[in-house]
Design a protein around this ligand. Structure first.
Ligand code: SF4
Length: 305
């Protein structure tokens, strides 16, 4: 069995993410993410709306963690990210959720926004593998990650699925309170790619290892989206998957915002996709259909936890 680490060693002076709060999260203290050293999650279930190479026939075994180290003004999961909704569990219980998802034929274990709980995740993966977990483990991230913490995850994670939300510090600062996001995400994705190498897909059409970067097009941001796609393709060619999303949905928090109060227009999304095609992105995914959009925010009911 892989070594079990002492989680409190990391939570007592927390620098797990680029915020580097140095918070003592043991004994109830918190930093920017408002999470103590108690592992919290809200749901573990088969999610059918990821990219086809992630979802597969039976769904992606998706685990939603509480807390977030970003503060996106348009967040669709604010109950979890800002309000800290979730149930306190142990690493052993989390490992049990992984095993139950595998028994339900999940294509993978998909860890959504686990950045605040990286030490617990490392332990849970080790315990679950000891108990027979064999499906790939996927780390689904905002991209705002520390290289040192990603190095800790090396060996625990088979597939990284980071966002690349912004390439301009101004957008990152205004929309997500992190002006250092672009440079931080670039370094994080580089570390992820170093760990996994080029994307590998099995004969069953499912991704086995590699990096799949998601970019959600925002209203009024076509030039920024093009710069992001250009950067990713110039840096990684077709060794990574790029998923270009149009699911942006205005939340009440941005109802009066000058651009974020509306959806992305068909014309904006089409222009971004045409650009992706023009620069030679071959391993790409796109989104279509209103029906899918309804399914992006699950009900938080502690299913599978
Ligand atoms: S995980 Fe939370 S407490 Fe730790 S550095 Fe990041 S925001 Fe701060």
């Amino acid at each position: 069995m892989d070594k079990i680490i002492d989680t409190n060693e990391y939570y007592s002076d927390c620098t797990l993410c680029p915020r580097r709060c140095h918070a003592d999260r043991t004994g109830g203290g918190t930093g920017f993410c408002k999470m103590t050293s108690e592992l919290k999650a809200a749901k573990a279930y088969l999610h059918m709306w990821e990219e086809p190479c992630i979802t597969g026939e039976h769904g992606s075994g998706t685990v939603f963690f509480s807390g977030c180290n970003m503060k996106c003004i348009f967040c669709q999961n604010s109950d979890l990210s800002l309000n800290g909704f979730g149930k306190v569990i142990t690493s052993e219980e989390l490992a049990g959720s992984f095993i139950r998802l595998q028994e339900k034929k999940a294509s993978n274990i998909n860890l959504v926004t686990g950045v605040c709980f990286i030490p617990h995740i490392i332990n849970a993966v080790a315990i679950a593998r000891e108990r027979g977990l064999t499906i790939p483990v996927l780390y689904n991230s905002s991209g705002y990650e520390s290289v040192d913490s990603l190095k800790m995850l090396c060996g625990s994670i088979d597939i990284y699925m980071p966002d690349m939300k912004y390439i301009s510090p101004e957008s990152a600062s205004e929309y997500s309170s992190c002006g250092d996001y672009p440079e931080t995400a670039k370094k994080a994705i580089a570390e992820m790619f170093t760990q996994t190498g080029p994307a590998v897909t099995g004969e069953d059409g499912l991704m086995k290892k590699g990096v799949i970067v998601r970019h959600m097009v925002l209203p009024g941001s076509v030039p920024e989206s093009k710069k992001i796609l250009r950067y990713l393709h110039d840096t990684y060619g077709n060794d990574i998957y790029i998923s270009i999303m149009n699911q942006y949905t205005p939340m009440p928090s941005v109802k009066d915002h000058r651009v974020l109060s509306r959806k992305v227009s068909d014309d904006e999304y089409r222009r971004v996709l045409e650009f992706a095609d023009k620069i030679g992105i071959e391993k790409g995914f796109t989104q279509s259909g209103e029906a899918a959009m309804e399914s992006f925010v699950p009900k938080w009911d502690f299913e599978g936890i």
